[in-house]
Design a protein around this ligand. Structure first.
Ligand code: FAD
Length: 501
């Protein structure tokens, strides 16, 4: 039986970040991934000769070359990646768009500040005070008490429209809670989106993934694909290894799991005790609820760049209602708010091969899961089957009919914010909460995991630690930093390795 210093469950961003860090310090480490491809939520696929990113709209946490003390800088230092290896290109500008009001923002925070002063002059001082509170807060203090962001934001901002407009991007890009956020999560997201901003590599997420995989293998790490973990093995109150789907057993001193808190608990086969849970939710924090927030994503390939249709923004966070409702819808989707991403509107050196408009909406996993997918359905169809709206093909199953219906609703509801684009669409695709569950294993297709986060990583079992989404650091950079910091804390520092700060 093979014994490892560390087993990492999941080859998403957090698993790869942790794996590189441990391999760099000569730990015997294996990353186990259930799928045939790495990347987790942030993967990519090919369809009809086009290459699509699954997760990446934008890399948050942009830091210019040479910037000091920012999350991206820390990440690059820890993984020994040079800044220019990431091939990052900044956004032009983005916007939060409401009926009758739009706030532009870019990687220069002053743009947002001036937009708030223009559109909400009576709120300008309050916005500055909120900004200062965000700057002053140390979101890296893993033992800080949890506070509700709504209360703090509303103590500075009295106009509910402005408060909602601030929350919208932060929630869409990183909240597992409905209609509120933990204050530390709010601070992380505010800094990563409004202070630091958006960028992306020319080639999208596959460029980042290739860099990570190369670095991991070069450092001597082992990656096993199609190696799902069925069980986490325990002796007393300690994890001792894992059993794979095929019955194979591997042992390890430490297991780091990026599968999610609910999912990891199931692999242990018991409710984990919760010595260091960190949550604003009342009740027994050891019983983590499945997250309720999942999404659909509609991908439109256009026959010309979005800019030629008059769309200047890189990303638009929109809402069509009086108040923004970030909550699980009662229907399959809520298309009245969402995110519109134009990847070609980053300041890229070359126009990408595909001109895309991507639209994200909140969706209800249980409703999508209940839709009949028809005879002979293959899981890959969830991802690959085109949404036939643009070519008036008849739907082949209730599932396809639902996609077609919600594709149309999704496109209709963005027209208050961008011009009609469908006449220029040559191919469409749509993925649903089912797709997210299938490719990541996240219960309920919950992109941001459980609303309960384990900020210290402790699971309740010695030797088993939570990394990634349910440790509480989200997004590409957040997830990688989570993997790195948990590997440092629970393996390298424990073993007294010379860990750089
Ligand atoms: C549509 C969409 C758009 C997004 N856009 C952005 C964006 O623009 N910018 C951004 O920064 N972030 C974005 N995100 C979020 C970002 O992708 C995630 O926060 C991040 O990738 C999470 O990484 P992770 O390692 O924590 O988890 P995951 O990516 O979920 O990785 C977990 C991995 O574990 C594997 N796994 C699970 N269970 C097992 C098991 N039992 N055995 C073996 N393997 C297992 C899964 O297959 C998966 O590969 C987006 C996400 C989605 C879905």
């Amino acid at each position: 039986m093979t014994h490892y210093d560390a087993i990492i469950i999941g080859a998403g961003m957090s698993g790869l970040g942790a794996g590189i860090r441990l391999a760099m310090f000569d730990k015997k480490v294996v990353v186990l991934e259930r799928h045939y491809v790495w990347g987790g939520l942030n993967s990519f696929y090919q369809y009809q000769g086009h290459q699509f990113d699954v997760g990446l709209h934008a890399m948050t946490n942009y830091a210019p070359r040479g910037a000091k003390g920012l999350p991206l800088t820390r990440l690059l230092k820890q993984l020994r990646i040079r800044w220019d290896e990431l091939d990052l290109h900044e956004q032009g500008h983005s916007a939060v768009s409401w009926p009758g009001e739009k706030l532009k923002f870019s990687n220069d925070f002053e743009l947002l500040r001036s937009e708030v002063a223009r559109a909400f002059p009576s709120q300008a001082d309050g916005f500055d005070a909120l900004t200062q509170a965000v700057r002053d807060y140390n979101e890296l203090d893993l033992n800080a008490p949890t506070l509700n962001a709504r209360e703090i934001v509303e103590s500075h901002i009295s106009d509910p429209v402005l408060a909602d407009m601030i929350f919208c991007p932060l929630m869409y890009y990183g909240s597992a809670r409905e209609n509120d956020m933990d204050w530390d999560q709010f601070v992380v997201m505010f800094k990563s989106i409004f202070f630091e901003g958006f960028a992306r590599p020319q080639a999208g997420v596959r460029h980042i993934l290739k860099l990570l995989i190369d670095r991991y293998r070069k450092a001597g790490g082992e990656l096993r694909l199609k190696a799902g973990v069925a069980k986490i093995l325990t002796e007393g109150n300690r994890s001792v290894g894992v059993e794979l789907d095929n019955g194979e057993t591997l042992t390890a001193d430490t297991v780091l799991s990026s599968a999610g808190l609910v999912e990891t608990t199931k692999m242990v086969g018991a409710t984990l005790a919760s010595p260091a849970s960190h949550s604003s939710l009342s009740g027994d924090a050891s019983i983590a609820p499945t997250g309720k927030l999942s999404f659909t994503e509609t991908i439109n390939v256009l026959n010309k760049p979005a800019r030629e249709l008059g769309i200047e923004e890189t990303i638009i966070f929109f809402n069509n209602n009086e108040r923004f409702n970030y909550a699980q819808p009662t229907d399959l989707c809520d298309t009245s708010s969402g995110v519109i991403c134009m990847p070609g509107n980053f300041n890229l050196p070359e126009q990408p091969n595909d001109h895309l408009i991507r639209i994200t909406n909140i969706a209800n996993f249980d409703k999508w899961n209940a839709v009949d997918r028809g005879v002979g359905f293959q899981p890959a169809e969830v991802m690959r089957a085109p949404c036939p709206q643009s070519r008036s093909e008849a739907p082949t199953s209730p599932y396809q009919a639902a996609k077609q219906h919600w594709y149309t609703r999704s496109c209709d509801d963005v027209l208050a914010h961008i011009p009609e684009f469908r006449a220029h669409t040559t191919l469409t695709d749509m993925f649903t909460p089912r797709t997210i569950r299938h490719y990541t294993g996240h219960e309920g297709g919950a992109v941001y995991g459980s609303p309960i986060k384990k900020r210290t990583g402790e699971s309740g079992l010695e030797g088993l630690y939570i990394i990634g989404t349910d440790q509480g650091f989200l997004g590409i950079i957040g997830a990688m930093l989570s993997g790195i910091s948990m590997a440092n804390r629970w393996v390298l520092q424990r073993d007294n390795a010379a860990v750089e700060a």
